[in-house]
Ligand binder design. Structure first.
Ligand code: DNO
Length: 358
């Protein structure tokens, strides 16, 4: 397991590379050019600058999260071919700075969605929270209106430029079914995977978060069956999954320990975090510890250990603790605690094995 840590870049993150370097066992950062709009080719100078900065701290840049997929690709419009060509050129450039894995998602319009970014927990910390009924009952028109008028409702990744496009996008998706989305994903992968193979970069799709359709938009990466189908679309080790225990864990029917075992070899990147799901389907993102949520994090680490996992892993969203002010879910403290929990579970497995061998 190669431990990495998500970092949004100087001036864009409250956490510094120096701090990241001091977390035990972290060897690289998970990064992206967040200012390049989806569909555009990433400029090499910017990649080189990023590399130089990370090199100074001895951190590698092997994992990118995300190279976002343009909506026209997801919609299957004729203009998609231009964006796919740009994507291929970006892959080639990323290879030149040492990238080995690209995380991306195929969620229409929205990436991850929560209703509350700072929900207070019993111990006074705050965390990301989703009120299921609120999302389920919100009609898309009302949503567009709310986002336009209510700054508190903005979400990370919802840049003003994108918001302006929201209404027409909803219109375009009206005629796109889940099957259409699958076909559009297949079209994308059939072109991208051969290039990924050529440049030795593994593509790792991120599951939908939450893992069910929202706002009347189709969502297809939701559980075990959909991952099986994804892996069959293009049967190559370069077509893999970012197994995100928190996203998938928001649906208690998802058995993530079983998925780690079943999809071993096709998981270039693991997001490991916990989530507590309530009876009514609401959920909150707890500490990484198994006992704090509904996801068996220790069992997941054990499954990775037993399947000989050599891919990348990162802790995922943390709570906001010890009065830290940070990007929602992306503070230093709770994610660093998460890493120590993951290493603790991993190292205990290794120690057990050594003990057995004696
Ligand atoms: C949220 C992240 C997602 C993820 C994308 C991958 O914190 O897990 O935004 O980066 O879905 O493309």
């Amino acid at each position: 397991m190669k431990m990495v840590f998500r970092w949004y870049g100087t001036g864009n993150d409250t956490v510094t590379l120096r701090q990241i370097k001091q977390i035990p066992g972290v060897e690289g950062i998970v990064w992206a050019l967040h200012d390049v709009p989806a569909g555009e080719e990433w400029p090499l100078e910017k990649l080189m600058a990023y590399k130089e900065e990370a090199d100074r701290y001895g951190l590698h840049l092997e994992v990118v999260e995300s190279v976002n997929v343009h909506e026209d690709i997801k919609l299957g419009l004729p203009s998609r071919d231009v964006y796919i060509e740009n994507y291929k050129r970006t892959i080639a450039k990323l290879a030149s700075v040492g990238v080995k894995t690209i995380c991306y998602n195929f969620m229409p319009v929205f990436d991850w969605v929560r209703t509350d970014l700072f929900k207070e927990m019993e111990d006074g910390s705050t965390a990301l929270f989703l009120d299921k009924a609120k999302i389920d009952n919100m009609d898309p028109a009302e949503l567009v209106e709310r986002i336009a008028n209510d700054l508190d409702f903005t979400m990370p990744g919802w840049e003003p430029e994108r918001l302006k496009l929201l209404s027409p996008l909803f219109e375009k998706y009206k005629s796109v079914s889940e099957e259409d989305l699958w076909n559009n994903l297949q079209y994308f992968l059939e072109q991208i995977i051969p290039v990924a193979e050529q440049y030795d970069i593994k593509m790792a799709i991120h599951p939908d978060d939450p893992p069910w359709p929202i706002f009347g938009l189709p969502r297809i990466m939701t559980g075990r069956e959909s991952i099986r189908r994804l892996l069959r679309l293009v049967d190559s080790p370069y077509n893999g999954v970012t197994l995100c225990s928190g996203s998938l864990g928001a649906n208690p029917a998802n058995d993530i320990v079983a998925m780690v075992r079943e999809f071993a070899g096709r998981i270039p990147f693991a997001h490991i975090r916990n989530v507590r799901v309530y009876e009514n389907g609401d959920f909150i993102e707890t500490s990484h510890r198994t006992q704090d949520g509904t996801v068996d994090i220790a069992g997941i680490v054990r499954a990775y250990y037993e399947t000989g996992y050599t891919g990348y892993a990162r802790p995922d969203h943390g709570r906001h603790i010890w009065d830290e002010r940070c990007r929602p879910g992306y503070g230093l403290y709770d994610r660093a605690l998460g890493i120590m929990y993951l290493w603790g579970a991993w190292d205990a497995m290794a120690a057990g094995e050594r003990g057995d061998a004696r």
